[in-house]
Design a protein around this ligand. Structure first.
Ligand SMILES: *Cc1c(COP(=O)(O)O)cnc(C)c1O
Ligand code: SF4
Length: 344
Protein backbone atom coordinates (compact mmCIF):
# COMPACT_ATOMS: atom_id res chain seq x y z
CA UNK A 1 0.00 0.00 0.00
CA UNK A 2 2.74 2.42 1.04
CA UNK A 3 4.57 1.50 -2.16
CA UNK A 4 1.47 2.22 -4.21
CA UNK A 5 1.21 5.67 -2.74
CA UNK A 6 4.80 6.43 -3.61
CA UNK A 7 4.33 5.26 -7.19
CA UNK A 8 1.10 7.21 -7.39
CA UNK A 9 2.84 10.36 -6.19
CA UNK A 10 5.66 10.14 -8.72
CA UNK A 11 3.28 9.33 -11.58
CA UNK A 12 1.07 12.19 -10.50
CA UNK A 13 4.06 14.45 -11.02
CA UNK A 14 4.55 13.33 -14.59
CA UNK A 15 0.81 13.51 -15.29
CA UNK A 16 0.84 17.10 -14.15
CA UNK A 17 3.44 17.97 -16.73
CA UNK A 18 1.59 16.36 -19.62
CA UNK A 19 -1.72 17.87 -18.52
CA UNK A 20 -0.15 21.32 -18.30
CA UNK A 21 0.36 21.36 -22.05
CA UNK A 22 -3.17 20.47 -23.11
CA UNK A 23 -6.35 22.50 -23.06
CA UNK A 24 -9.37 21.41 -21.07
CA UNK A 25 -11.07 20.38 -24.31
CA UNK A 26 -8.15 18.09 -25.17
CA UNK A 27 -8.19 16.67 -21.66
CA UNK A 28 -11.90 16.00 -21.99
CA UNK A 29 -11.52 14.31 -25.35
CA UNK A 30 -8.78 12.07 -23.90
CA UNK A 31 -10.86 11.02 -20.89
CA UNK A 32 -10.98 7.31 -20.13
CA UNK A 33 -14.20 5.94 -21.59
CA UNK A 34 -14.10 2.19 -21.05
CA UNK A 35 -13.91 -0.09 -18.00
CA UNK A 36 -10.95 -2.07 -19.36
CA UNK A 37 -8.68 0.96 -19.54
CA UNK A 38 -9.86 2.20 -16.15
CA UNK A 39 -8.96 -1.20 -14.69
CA UNK A 40 -5.52 -1.28 -16.32
CA UNK A 41 -4.60 2.28 -15.46
CA UNK A 42 -5.49 1.81 -11.80
CA UNK A 43 -4.06 -1.73 -11.65
CA UNK A 44 -7.31 -3.09 -10.35
CA UNK A 45 -8.10 -6.70 -9.86
CA UNK A 46 -9.79 -7.95 -13.05
CA UNK A 47 -12.57 -9.80 -11.25
CA UNK A 48 -14.96 -6.83 -11.32
CA UNK A 49 -14.67 -6.30 -15.09
CA UNK A 50 -17.72 -8.36 -16.08
CA UNK A 51 -19.98 -6.37 -13.74
CA UNK A 52 -18.37 -3.13 -14.86
CA UNK A 53 -19.27 -3.93 -18.45
CA UNK A 54 -22.93 -4.25 -17.42
CA UNK A 55 -22.88 -0.83 -15.72
CA UNK A 56 -20.95 0.72 -18.59
CA UNK A 57 -23.60 -0.36 -21.09
CA UNK A 58 -26.24 1.44 -19.02
CA UNK A 59 -24.17 4.63 -18.57
CA UNK A 60 -20.76 4.94 -20.15
CA UNK A 61 -17.57 5.39 -18.17
CA UNK A 62 -16.03 8.86 -18.36
CA UNK A 63 -13.02 9.78 -16.20
CA UNK A 64 -10.53 12.49 -17.24
CA UNK A 65 -6.85 12.07 -16.31
CA UNK A 66 -6.84 15.04 -13.95
CA UNK A 67 -9.41 13.24 -11.79
CA UNK A 68 -7.87 9.80 -12.25
CA UNK A 69 -4.58 10.90 -10.76
CA UNK A 70 -6.27 11.58 -7.41
CA UNK A 71 -7.36 7.92 -7.19
CA UNK A 72 -5.14 5.42 -5.35
CA UNK A 73 -3.80 2.38 -7.20
CA UNK A 74 -5.24 -1.10 -6.72
CA UNK A 75 -7.88 -0.01 -4.24
CA UNK A 76 -11.42 -0.85 -5.28
CA UNK A 77 -12.66 1.01 -2.18
CA UNK A 78 -11.06 4.34 -3.06
CA UNK A 79 -13.78 6.96 -2.41
CA UNK A 80 -13.15 8.73 -5.72
CA UNK A 81 -13.08 5.52 -7.71
CA UNK A 82 -16.42 4.46 -6.18
CA UNK A 83 -18.00 7.52 -7.77
CA UNK A 84 -16.93 6.69 -11.31
CA UNK A 85 -16.59 2.92 -11.53
CA UNK A 86 -19.50 1.08 -13.17
CA UNK A 87 -20.84 -1.94 -11.29
CA UNK A 88 -23.12 -4.88 -12.01
CA UNK A 89 -25.49 -3.59 -9.27
CA UNK A 90 -26.52 -0.77 -11.59
CA UNK A 91 -28.74 -3.20 -13.47
CA UNK A 92 -30.88 -3.79 -10.36
CA UNK A 93 -34.33 -2.18 -10.37
CA UNK A 94 -35.53 -1.96 -6.76
CA UNK A 95 -38.99 -0.46 -6.11
CA UNK A 96 -39.00 3.33 -5.74
CA UNK A 97 -35.91 3.98 -7.88
CA UNK A 98 -37.03 5.72 -11.04
CA UNK A 99 -35.74 7.26 -14.25
CA UNK A 100 -36.82 10.90 -13.62
CA UNK A 101 -36.82 11.19 -9.79
CA UNK A 102 -37.17 14.99 -9.85
CA UNK A 103 -40.10 15.06 -12.27
CA UNK A 104 -38.50 18.03 -13.97
CA UNK A 105 -40.27 17.33 -17.22
CA UNK A 106 -43.28 19.16 -15.67
CA UNK A 107 -41.50 22.48 -15.02
CA UNK A 108 -40.15 23.56 -18.39
CA UNK A 109 -41.89 26.73 -19.54
CA UNK A 110 -39.29 27.15 -22.32
CA UNK A 111 -36.63 25.00 -23.92
CA UNK A 112 -33.60 24.68 -21.63
CA UNK A 113 -35.32 26.43 -18.71
CA UNK A 114 -36.63 24.95 -15.43
CA UNK A 115 -38.64 27.21 -13.12
CA UNK A 116 -39.60 25.43 -9.91
CA UNK A 117 -38.56 27.85 -7.14
CA UNK A 118 -39.51 31.48 -6.53
CA UNK A 119 -37.06 34.11 -7.71
CA UNK A 120 -34.64 31.78 -9.49
CA UNK A 121 -34.55 29.64 -12.60
CA UNK A 122 -32.26 26.92 -13.91
CA UNK A 123 -30.89 27.22 -17.42
CA UNK A 124 -29.56 24.00 -18.96
CA UNK A 125 -26.46 25.53 -20.54
CA UNK A 126 -24.96 22.19 -21.54
CA UNK A 127 -26.29 18.64 -21.40
CA UNK A 128 -22.77 17.24 -21.21
CA UNK A 129 -20.43 16.61 -18.30
CA UNK A 130 -16.69 16.08 -17.99
CA UNK A 131 -17.20 13.01 -15.82
CA UNK A 132 -19.94 10.44 -15.41
CA UNK A 133 -20.85 10.10 -11.75
CA UNK A 134 -22.60 6.78 -11.25
CA UNK A 135 -25.22 8.19 -8.85
CA UNK A 136 -26.31 10.97 -11.20
CA UNK A 137 -29.97 11.36 -12.21
CA UNK A 138 -28.62 12.46 -15.57
CA UNK A 139 -27.71 8.85 -16.38
CA UNK A 140 -31.16 8.48 -17.91
CA UNK A 141 -31.34 11.82 -19.70
CA UNK A 142 -31.61 12.16 -23.44
CA UNK A 143 -28.16 13.58 -24.15
CA UNK A 144 -28.75 15.87 -27.08
CA UNK A 145 -32.26 17.00 -26.25
CA UNK A 146 -31.75 20.00 -24.04
CA UNK A 147 -28.96 22.23 -25.27
CA UNK A 148 -30.58 25.13 -27.05
CA UNK A 149 -28.83 27.04 -29.81
CA UNK A 150 -28.75 30.84 -29.74
CA UNK A 151 -32.02 31.14 -31.61
CA UNK A 152 -33.64 28.62 -29.30
CA UNK A 153 -32.51 30.52 -26.19
CA UNK A 154 -34.77 33.42 -27.19
CA UNK A 155 -37.83 31.76 -25.70
CA UNK A 156 -36.09 31.25 -22.34
CA UNK A 157 -34.67 34.79 -22.39
CA UNK A 158 -38.10 36.25 -23.18
CA UNK A 159 -39.54 34.29 -20.28
CA UNK A 160 -36.92 35.78 -17.94
CA UNK A 161 -37.45 39.29 -19.32
CA UNK A 162 -41.21 39.05 -18.77
CA UNK A 163 -41.07 37.80 -15.17
CA UNK A 164 -39.72 40.57 -12.95
CA UNK A 165 -39.86 38.32 -9.87
CA UNK A 166 -36.82 36.40 -11.13
CA UNK A 167 -33.56 37.75 -9.69
CA UNK A 168 -31.21 34.86 -10.21
CA UNK A 169 -30.24 32.76 -13.21
CA UNK A 170 -28.60 29.45 -12.41
CA UNK A 171 -26.50 27.90 -15.14
CA UNK A 172 -26.85 24.16 -14.81
CA UNK A 173 -26.69 21.02 -16.90
CA UNK A 174 -25.22 18.49 -17.23
CA UNK A 175 -22.34 20.77 -16.50
CA UNK A 176 -22.73 24.33 -17.81
CA UNK A 177 -18.96 24.75 -18.06
CA UNK A 178 -18.86 21.96 -20.64
CA UNK A 179 -20.21 24.62 -23.03
CA UNK A 180 -17.72 26.79 -24.90
CA UNK A 181 -16.69 30.16 -23.50
CA UNK A 182 -18.02 31.82 -26.63
CA UNK A 183 -21.45 30.39 -25.96
CA UNK A 184 -21.32 31.15 -22.25
CA UNK A 185 -20.08 34.71 -22.74
CA UNK A 186 -22.94 35.30 -25.17
CA UNK A 187 -25.51 33.85 -22.77
CA UNK A 188 -24.24 35.90 -19.82
CA UNK A 189 -24.32 39.04 -21.97
CA UNK A 190 -27.98 38.34 -22.75
CA UNK A 191 -28.74 37.73 -19.09
CA UNK A 192 -27.11 40.90 -17.82
CA UNK A 193 -29.23 42.96 -20.18
CA UNK A 194 -32.28 41.91 -18.15
CA UNK A 195 -32.57 44.65 -15.51
CA UNK A 196 -34.26 42.65 -12.73
CA UNK A 197 -31.60 39.90 -12.80
CA UNK A 198 -29.10 40.43 -9.98
CA UNK A 199 -27.25 37.17 -9.67
CA UNK A 200 -25.58 34.62 -11.86
CA UNK A 201 -25.11 31.25 -10.24
CA UNK A 202 -23.13 28.42 -11.82
CA UNK A 203 -23.60 24.83 -10.67
CA UNK A 204 -20.54 22.95 -11.84
CA UNK A 205 -18.19 20.05 -11.16
CA UNK A 206 -15.77 20.91 -13.97
CA UNK A 207 -13.27 23.00 -11.94
CA UNK A 208 -12.92 19.90 -9.75
CA UNK A 209 -12.78 17.31 -12.52
CA UNK A 210 -10.54 19.29 -14.90
CA UNK A 211 -9.14 22.29 -13.01
CA UNK A 212 -7.65 23.67 -16.26
CA UNK A 213 -11.25 24.47 -17.28
CA UNK A 214 -10.81 27.62 -15.21
CA UNK A 215 -8.78 29.30 -17.94
CA UNK A 216 -8.36 32.92 -19.03
CA UNK A 217 -11.34 32.82 -21.36
CA UNK A 218 -13.68 31.70 -18.58
CA UNK A 219 -12.23 34.13 -16.06
CA UNK A 220 -12.62 36.90 -18.64
CA UNK A 221 -16.40 36.69 -19.05
CA UNK A 222 -16.91 35.86 -15.39
CA UNK A 223 -14.97 38.88 -14.14
CA UNK A 224 -16.59 41.30 -16.54
CA UNK A 225 -20.28 40.73 -15.88
CA UNK A 226 -22.22 43.22 -13.74
CA UNK A 227 -24.13 40.32 -12.15
CA UNK A 228 -23.13 39.06 -8.71
CA UNK A 229 -21.53 35.68 -9.10
CA UNK A 230 -21.89 32.49 -7.11
CA UNK A 231 -20.18 29.27 -8.15
CA UNK A 232 -21.61 26.16 -6.50
CA UNK A 233 -19.09 23.37 -6.86
CA UNK A 234 -19.85 19.69 -6.45
CA UNK A 235 -17.28 17.92 -4.25
CA UNK A 236 -18.00 14.81 -2.23
CA UNK A 237 -14.66 13.95 -0.64
CA UNK A 238 -11.59 15.84 0.63
CA UNK A 239 -9.34 13.83 -1.74
CA UNK A 240 -11.02 15.53 -4.68
CA UNK A 241 -9.34 18.82 -3.72
CA UNK A 242 -5.73 18.78 -4.89
CA UNK A 243 -3.50 21.81 -5.45
CA UNK A 244 -4.79 22.33 -9.00
CA UNK A 245 -8.34 22.57 -7.65
CA UNK A 246 -7.21 25.03 -4.97
CA UNK A 247 -5.56 27.17 -7.67
CA UNK A 248 -8.69 27.09 -9.83
CA UNK A 249 -10.78 28.17 -6.83
CA UNK A 250 -8.40 31.02 -6.07
CA UNK A 251 -8.80 32.27 -9.63
CA UNK A 252 -12.59 32.03 -9.46
CA UNK A 253 -12.58 34.07 -6.27
CA UNK A 254 -10.29 36.66 -7.81
CA UNK A 255 -12.81 36.98 -10.64
CA UNK A 256 -15.37 37.96 -8.01
CA UNK A 257 -17.22 34.71 -7.37
CA UNK A 258 -18.48 33.49 -4.02
CA UNK A 259 -17.67 29.78 -3.77
CA UNK A 260 -20.07 27.25 -2.24
CA UNK A 261 -20.16 23.48 -2.34
CA UNK A 262 -22.86 20.87 -2.61
CA UNK A 263 -22.20 17.22 -1.89
CA UNK A 264 -24.23 14.08 -2.21
CA UNK A 265 -24.23 11.69 0.74
CA UNK A 266 -23.02 8.41 -0.73
CA UNK A 267 -22.56 4.96 0.77
CA UNK A 268 -18.87 3.99 0.95
CA UNK A 269 -17.79 7.40 -0.34
CA UNK A 270 -18.51 9.92 2.42
CA UNK A 271 -20.93 8.23 4.83
CA UNK A 272 -18.94 8.84 8.02
CA UNK A 273 -18.64 11.79 10.35
CA UNK A 274 -14.85 11.85 10.04
CA UNK A 275 -15.01 11.95 6.23
CA UNK A 276 -17.61 14.72 6.19
CA UNK A 277 -15.66 16.74 8.77
CA UNK A 278 -12.45 16.37 6.72
CA UNK A 279 -14.35 17.48 3.62
CA UNK A 280 -15.64 20.66 5.28
CA UNK A 281 -12.17 21.48 6.61
CA UNK A 282 -10.59 20.93 3.21
CA UNK A 283 -13.28 22.97 1.45
CA UNK A 284 -12.57 25.92 3.70
CA UNK A 285 -8.83 25.65 3.02
CA UNK A 286 -9.72 25.99 -0.67
CA UNK A 287 -11.90 29.05 0.03
CA UNK A 288 -15.21 27.23 -0.37
CA UNK A 289 -18.12 27.15 2.11
CA UNK A 290 -20.28 24.03 2.48
CA UNK A 291 -23.83 24.68 1.25
CA UNK A 292 -25.91 21.54 0.77
CA UNK A 293 -25.46 17.88 1.63
CA UNK A 294 -28.05 16.12 -0.51
CA UNK A 295 -29.45 12.74 0.22
CA UNK A 296 -29.39 10.91 -3.07
CA UNK A 297 -32.23 11.17 -5.52
CA UNK A 298 -33.79 7.72 -5.92
CA UNK A 299 -32.43 7.19 -9.42
CA UNK A 300 -32.56 3.78 -11.03
CA UNK A 301 -29.13 2.14 -11.11
CA UNK A 302 -27.76 3.92 -8.04
CA UNK A 303 -29.54 2.20 -5.13
CA UNK A 304 -26.22 0.81 -3.85
CA UNK A 305 -25.18 4.39 -2.91
CA UNK A 306 -28.24 5.01 -0.78
CA UNK A 307 -27.91 6.10 2.86
CA UNK A 308 -31.24 5.91 4.74
CA UNK A 309 -32.64 9.19 6.11
CA UNK A 310 -32.31 8.12 9.75
CA UNK A 311 -28.64 7.36 9.30
CA UNK A 312 -28.11 10.63 7.41
CA UNK A 313 -29.70 12.62 10.25
CA UNK A 314 -27.58 10.85 12.86
CA UNK A 315 -24.38 11.48 10.87
CA UNK A 316 -25.08 15.19 10.52
CA UNK A 317 -26.11 15.52 14.19
CA UNK A 318 -22.75 14.04 15.16
CA UNK A 319 -20.94 16.28 12.67
CA UNK A 320 -22.04 19.28 14.76
CA UNK A 321 -19.79 18.04 17.55
CA UNK A 322 -16.76 18.47 15.29
CA UNK A 323 -17.31 21.56 13.19
CA UNK A 324 -17.96 25.26 13.59
CA UNK A 325 -21.46 26.18 12.48
CA UNK A 326 -20.25 27.89 9.30
CA UNK A 327 -18.71 24.62 8.09
CA UNK A 328 -21.95 22.66 8.51
CA UNK A 329 -23.71 21.78 5.24
CA UNK A 330 -27.52 21.74 5.24
CA UNK A 331 -28.87 18.21 4.89
CA UNK A 332 -31.63 18.32 2.27
CA UNK A 333 -33.75 16.28 -0.05
CA UNK A 334 -35.33 17.37 -3.29
CA UNK A 335 -39.01 16.44 -3.24
CA UNK A 336 -40.92 16.88 -6.50
CA UNK A 337 -43.61 19.55 -6.22
CA UNK A 338 -42.00 21.39 -3.27
CA UNK A 339 -41.08 25.09 -3.55
CA UNK A 340 -37.56 24.58 -2.23
CA UNK A 341 -35.15 21.87 -1.14
CA UNK A 342 -36.55 20.18 1.96
CA UNK A 343 -34.41 20.09 5.15
CA UNK A 344 -34.21 16.63 6.68
C1 LIG B 1 -31.90 23.22 -6.48
C2 LIG B 1 -32.62 24.04 -7.44
C3 LIG B 1 -32.54 25.45 -7.41
C4 LIG B 1 -31.69 26.17 -6.41
O1 LIG B 1 -32.17 26.03 -5.12
P1 LIG B 1 -31.43 26.79 -3.93
O2 LIG B 1 -32.10 26.30 -2.71
O3 LIG B 1 -31.62 28.25 -4.17
O4 LIG B 1 -30.00 26.43 -4.01
C5 LIG B 1 -33.29 26.16 -8.32
N1 LIG B 1 -34.09 25.56 -9.22
C6 LIG B 1 -34.18 24.22 -9.28
C7 LIG B 1 -35.07 23.61 -10.28
C8 LIG B 1 -33.45 23.42 -8.41
O5 LIG B 1 -33.54 22.09 -8.49
S1 SF4 C 1 -20.94 16.18 -12.87
FE1 SF4 C 1 -22.94 16.45 -11.87
S2 SF4 C 1 -24.42 16.36 -13.56
FE2 SF4 C 1 -22.47 15.52 -14.32
S3 SF4 C 1 -22.58 13.30 -14.00
FE3 SF4 C 1 -21.61 14.16 -12.19
S4 SF4 C 1 -23.29 14.53 -10.74
FE4 SF4 C 1 -24.18 14.27 -12.77
Amino acid sequence: MQENIIIAASEAQSHRHSIGRSTWQQQLSHAIRDPQTLCERLRLNRDWLAGAQVGHELFEVCVPEAYLKRIAYADINDPLLRQVIPLGEEALTPAGYVVDPLEEADHRPAKGLIHKYAGRVLLIASPNCAINCRYCFRRHFPYSDNSPSRAQWQEALDYLRNDTTIHEAILSGGDPLAASDRQLAWLVEQLESIPHLKRLRIHTRLPVVIPDRVDDALLGWLASTRLQKVVVLHINHANEIDQAVVDACTNLKQAGATLLNQSVLLRDVNDSTATLAALSERLFEAGILPYYLHVMDPVQGAAHFDVPDEEARALVAKLRDYLPGFLMPRLVREIPGKGSKTPL
